[in-house]
Design a protein around this ligand. Structure first.
Ligand code: NAD
Length: 497
């Protein structure tokens, strides 16, 4: 069989190692449905070896001055930027995401976070605090790293997720064993090699490959102090459950079904562009997608007409082509899942199909076997429909009309998820009022999707635990030590004087 990229193995202790399992899996190019590379699966003993390498590296890395750690991470960020297009090309082949996205967002937003945390620790960001309790008594605190941490990635933003986890983890002085999604594993070794080239000591960042069983072994391993997971709510519940039993720290970045509320005074162009961004960017495979679009009843027809005029500007095609801005879905199984939701929306929920649907888009011969789908809009949706309640994770917008803003807010919050939310309006007072009432960890006003390094992001309710990025993001990779110093010369005693 033809593979366009070389075999991938495991990466630990500063170099590539063959897996001992004797098993491999394939990663598939979703645009063409052809295999890209064979990947060796880590056995439990490979995982043990990688974890042991990370454990050995921890004492020295955690004691390395922050300024020196920062220098290495800054260099890795620079290498990522130098190699941006080459890495973006591999991400496009592996995930199907258009090169117009991977070359401008995926590597760059990952490198931004690496640079952000490198600069943060390099400028004394890991400082504790001192509190004077009495004249002779002080408390000082220290932020200590946790030890060996596990990172588990989802397939939709492969290298970005790896960087959003490893950057604060390593900056804080921890070491990491990272497992990419089995659907998009190619970035793992690339990132590990870049870290090594930048001067990261052997064992500080390690990569093992495999599916959920490898992830489960890694996250329940007794040496692992913290698990940072990105994926579905159901998987997150299992991982968090097993971690909690062993008192491991966790960060959970999970799914959503986020509401986007257009207020009656919103700028129509802005609202339509925002709704398209919130549903079709990355072919709808973004965790924060605003898939429940609430529109004032009186505005519905105008909104939908403008949407229909703009949808033809989304162009499916060879993902590496610079004209393409809408790639395939990431895998055969995900394609089947998204189509089954569209089928359910048409046949069982009986929403009105405004555009898109089950028919495969017309593609050139070389792409016909790929996992393509049309941007799909359902309207006349109701809150009880399955397509409105469950995360589809594909390019499927549900338009819901409302009569009052209070009603829209109440319906927007009537979900077990709480990842993202947004509002479109020219009335900024109203915007802040509505945002304040929305039960979500990530919110936008008159825009959708931007997530800079400075912005802490994470879900409420079942959408997650903790945050990534921003000042708060690094706290998730640190533990606190408080020390009370008594300088009075009269230490505490319960004995009579
Ligand atoms: P998934 O839960 O199927 O898999 C995620 C990762 O977990 C994979 O690496 C997988 O191998 C691993 N895994 C599976 N079972 C495991 C187990 N028992 N123990 C440990 N690891 C296990 O998710 P997915 O389909 O890869 O990703 C899509 C989901 O990710 C969507 O729900 C999306 O919303 C969510 N997501 C969330 C964010 C966020 O920041 N909140 C970002 C991106 C994606």
């Amino acid at each position: 069989m033809f593979f366009s990229l070389p075999l991938r193995q495991l990466y630990y202790d500063g170099q590539v190692h063959a897996a001992s399992s004797g098993k491999t899996f394939q990663t598939i190019n979703p645009a063409t449905a052809t295999p890209l590379a064979n990947i060796q699966v880590a056995s439990n003993s490979d995982a043990d070896t990688a974890i042991a390498a990370a454990d050995r590296a921890f004492p020295s890395w955690s004691q390395t001055p922050a300024i020196s750690r920062a220098r290495i991470l800054q260099k890795a960020a620079a290498i990522l930027r130098e190699r941006n297009d080459e890495i973006a090309r591999i991400e496009t082949l592996d995930s199907g995401k258009a090169f117009t996205e991977t070359s401008t967002v995926d590597v760059e937003t990952g490198a931004d976070v690496l640079e952000y945390y490198a600069n943060f620790i390099g400028s004394g960001g890991l400082k504790g605090e001192t509190i004077q309790v009495r004249e002779d008594v002080w408390v000082y605190t220290k932020k200590a790293p946790l030890g060996v941490c596990a990172g588990i990635g989802a397939w939709n933003y492969p290298i970005q997720i790896a960087l959003w986890k490893s950057a604060p983890c390593l900056a804080a002085g921890n070491t990491m064993v990272y497992k990419p999604s089995e659907f998009t594993p190619l970035h793992g070794q690339i990132l590990a090699e870049i870290y090594t080239e930048a001067g990261l000591p052997a064992g500080v960042f390690n990569v093992i490959n495999g599916a959920g069983d490898v992830g489960a072994y890694l996250t329940s391993h007794p040496t692992i102090s913290k698990v940072s997971f990105t994926g579905q709510v159901v998987t997150g519940q299992k991982v968090a459950g097993s971690a909690a039993g062993n008192m491991k720290y966790v960060t959970m970045e999970l799914g959503g079904k986020s509401p986007l509320i257009v207020l009656p005074d919103a700028d129509l162009e802005n609202a339509v562009d925002g709704a398209m961004m919130a549903n079709f960017y990355s072919t709808g495979q973004v965790c924060t997608n605003g898939t429940r679009v609430f529109i004032p009843r009186s505005m519905k027809t105008t909104f939908e007409n403008r949407l229909l005029e703009k949808i033809p500007f989304m162009r499916s095609g060879p993902p590496l082509d610079e004209q393409t801005n809408f790639g395939p879905l990431s895998s055969a199984s995900h394609h089947e899942k998204v189509l089954s939701y569209i089928r359910y929306g048409i046949e069982t929920d009986r929403a009105t199909l405004l555009c898109g649907g089950l028919e495969k888009p017309t593609m050139p011969q070389s792409l016909q076997a790929g996992y393509w789908v049309k941007p799909t809009v359902f309207t006349d949706c109701t809150d009880s429909m399955r397509i409105v309640k469950e995360e589809i994770f594909g390019p499927v917008m549900c338009v819901l009309s409302y009569d009052t803003v209070e009603e829209a807010v109440q319906r927007a919050n009537a979900t077990e998820f709480g990842l993202a939310a947004g509002v479109f309006t020219k009335d900024l007072n109203q915007a802040h009022r509505v945002i304040d009432q929305l039960q979500s960890g990530i919110t936008w006003i008159n825009t959708w999707g931007e997530s800079p390094a400075e912005m802490a992001v994470g879900g409420w309710k079942k959408s997650g635990l903790g945050v990534e990025n921003g000042r708060r993001g690094i706290e998730a990779w640190l533990q606190n030590k408080s020390t009370l110093v008594d300088m009075s010369g009269v230490g505490a005693t319960f004995l009579p004087s």
